[in-house]
Write a protein that binds this ligand. Structure first.
Ligand SMILES: CC(C)(COP(=O)(O)OP(=O)(O)OC[C@H]1O[C@@H](n2cnc3c(N)ncnc32)[C@H](O)[C@@H]1OP(=O)(O)O)[C@@H](O)C(=O)NCCC(=O)NCCS
Length: 161
């Protein structure tokens, strides 16, 4: 598990976090998850992670879904006011450590090809593109945007894309 700075806290997302989560989500995405999406996700047994600063302010979060032998990263978000300070990298490392802790050997995620920041973060963390889902995301003016499917795998302690 990666090390946290003094006073920083990682937690499991609960209903009590959802007000702050939904506030960040609205500011972070053109097509955000709703509060109800997060509620349903938690009720379905997905793993929500939260990152709080020493003032107990929510800075970022991630949602993970274990599926058979893979972990799917459904959401990873850092408050737009706090981006580019290493919090996304930390949350992704915690997500990967959580997958290890569940004995899962693969992490999968979808990302918009236009999301250059997220793509750079994932590539840095060893994810590789394995496919593309046509028209997966809503986009502006009734259009749709493809999703890139990225994967990172590790087996028997050896890591591979
Ligand atoms: C993607 C996201 C989680 C990254 O979080 P972050 O805290 O800003 O990222 P970090 O500061 O940890 O960045 C780590 C590295 O990723 C890359 N990176 C992150 N954001 C980037 C950007 N906007 N442009 C280029 N590279 C970027 C850089 O290599 C960066 O390292 P550096 O700052 O030393 O150059 C954040 O931008 C976010 O919440 N975006 C909106 C929601 C979203 O798109 N989530 C992903 C959906 S698939």
């Amino acid at each position: 598990m990666p090390e946290l700075g003094d006073g920083w806290r990682l937690g499991r997302m609960t209903a009590l976090d959802l007000h702050a989560v939904a506030d960040i989500e609205l500011r972070a995405y053109s097509h955000p998850w709703t509060r109800g999406n997060f509620e349903n996700s938690l009720k379905s047994g997905h793993v929500g992670l939260t990152l709080r600063d020493p003032a107990n302010t929510l800075v970022g979060y991630a949602v993970l879904m274990p599926v058979v032998d893979e972990m799917h990263l459904l959401n990873i978000t850092v408050d737009p006011r706090r981006q580019r300070q290493g919090h996304g990298r930390l949350l992704l490392a915690v997500a990967l450590a959580t997958a290890h802790a569940h004995n899962l050997g693969t992490m999968l995620l979808e990302v918009r090809p236009s999301n250059v920041g997220a793509l750079a973060l994932y590539e840095e963390a060893g994810f590789a593109e394995i496919g593309r889902r046509k028209g997966y995301y809503p986009a502006t003016a009734n259009g749709r945007e493809d999703a890139l499917v990225l994967r990172r795998a590790w087996h028997d302690g050896k890591e591979s894309a």
